[in-house]
Design a protein around this ligand. Structure first.
Ligand code: GLU
Length: 448
């Protein structure tokens, strides 16, 4: 049996009931075959793959909190410190009711390779809770964040582990988390969290960074194909921070965003989501209602209840910005039938492995999330640099660096593909490039 297959099987045995984690492990490891075959003896001796699939540390804790009526609740908190070969653990916190250990491990594993691609010194981590922020008051969210940080603070630090936002965790939550961290620890290490407000160490462009970065990466991909964004139509899912940044940049560059989605369904706007409609996305998110229908009601466009845009709307480019596994095999089949040529994955692991294989074998160009959405964490890395320097950079300076980083990721992928004599397969290229840097660092640092 091949080394890769052995490690996949061992990992499956050791992690029963973790389908999302196994999905990414299989996706990444199988695409590493060309690199592993060249160095098999050395990688085997150093148990590199075995160590890469085993998190350094998995922290699970109780988070008790009290709601506005005085009723007590208990949620579960997580922080997975997956790999710190190239830098302190880095990755967001997700607050969502279906978060579990499996979700956290898949996200932390993906984060390790994503952060490696940014070329910044950041290891991989992820955390969060099964706390459901929908419908909670500010005070409830604050009390939850304070309780969460009361345990988390002992595991993080600006050179140890630096959390940030993810789904359900934005500027408000980061503010409450930082306030409580500072209260417990007593010093002003604002480099311990990223995604902060501008008045206490946040970076300009960080809120926009994931969506902007995803669009910059797409520009590189289209350039490679001799095309550009102007005049192209887009189907997006989600309407949160990531979809907002993407819609803003796409409309600026002359593309047309036809759809947004929420848990309730999707909206179809034939004139495109731009200008005040993009600003309205922020209002929808702040309202905490979690309903995209509000957009249809406000702007008088079509709302399709209970459906996703995938396979229902024809567009030049699909950009899932909502959650994992939103594009299944049946969606991929419908997408091929409709003749959608490009899938630019923005949310983490939005496509199942079967769907990716189907799309690629039918000539659809798939840009993988760990490259496409890396602009968010990359700008977090730039926020850490600014905090260390005790300086703030201008929006133009951060944006320029972000653009450079996204182009750099595309170059690294092309270089990796070139090294192994492969075609323009961005999924494999991103894994190969992300893996190389982490593996080299682990080899250099001995058995730990
Ligand atoms: N949650 C984002 C991600 O999935 C950003 C993480 C960060 O900024 O640390 O990459």
């Amino acid at each position: 049996m091949s080394y890769i297959q052995e490690v996949i099987e061992q990992t499956e045995q050791k992690n029963p009931g973790q389908p999302q984690f196994m999905q990414t492990v299989k996706e990444v490891l199988t695409s590493l075959a060309p690199a592993v075959e060249q160095n098999e003896a050395k990688l085997r001796k150093n148990v590199i793959l075995e160590r890469m699939v085993e998190p350094d540390r998995q922290i699970i804790f109780r988070v008790p909190w009290m709601d506005d009526k005085g009723v007590y609740h208990v949620n579960r908190g997580f922080r997975i410190q997956f790999n710190n070969a190239i830098g302190p653990y880095k990755g967001g916190l997700r607050f969502q009711k279906d978060v579990n250990l499996d979700t956290m491990k898949f996200l932390a594993f993906e984060q390790t390779f994503k952060n490696s691609l940014t070329s910044l010194p950041m290891g991989g981590g992820k955390g969060g809770s099964d706390f459901d922020p929908v419908g909670k008051s500010d005070d409830e969210v604050m009390r939850f964040c304070q309780s969460f940080m009361t345990e988390l603070y002992r595991h993080i630090g600006k050179d140890m582990d630096v959390p940030a936002g993810d789904m359900g965790v934005g500027g408000r939550e980061i503010g409450y988390l930082f306030g409580w961290y500072k209260k417990i620890v007593g010093d002003y290490s604002n480099g311990v969290l990223t995604g902060k407000g501008l008045s206490y160490g946040g970076s300009l462009i960080r809120p926009e960074a994931t969506g902007f970065g995803a669009t910059y990466f797409l520009e590189e991909v289209l350039k490679h194909e001799g095309e550009n964004i102007k005049g192209k139509t887009f189907a997006l899912s989600g309407f949160g921070n990531v979809a907002w940044g993407a819609a803003k940049k796409i409309s600026e560059l002359g593309g047309k965003v036809l759809t947004l989605s929420g848990p309730d369904g999707y909206i179809y706007d034939p004139d495109g989501v731009s200008g005040e409609k993009v600003d309205y996305m922020l209002e929808m998110r702040a309202s905490n209602r979690n309903k995209v229908k509000d957009y249809a009601d406000k702007f008088g466009v079509q709302f399709v209840e209970g459906k996703k845009p995938w396979g229902n709307v024809k567009a030049d480019i699909y950009m899932p910005c909502a959650r994992q596994n939103e594009i299944l095999l049946e969606d991929a089949e419908a997408m091929v039938k409709l003749g959608v040529p490009v899938l630019n994955e923005v949310s983490n692991m939005p496509t199942t492995n079967e769907a990716i294989a189907f799309l690629q074998s039918h000539g659809v160009l798939v840009a993988p999330s760990k490259a496409v959405n890396a602009g968010g964490v990359a700008t977090s890395g730039l926020e850490m640099s600014q905090n260390s320097e005790r300086l703030s950079w201008s929006a133009a300076e951060v944006d320029e660096k972000l653009k450079g980083i996204m182009a750099g990721i595309h170059n690294q992928i092309c270089d990796a593909l070139h090294t192994y004599g492969m075609d323009y397969n961005l999924v494999a290229g991103a894994n190969l490039a992300g893996f190389k840097k982490v593996a080299d660092a682990m080899l250099a640092q001995g058995l730990y």
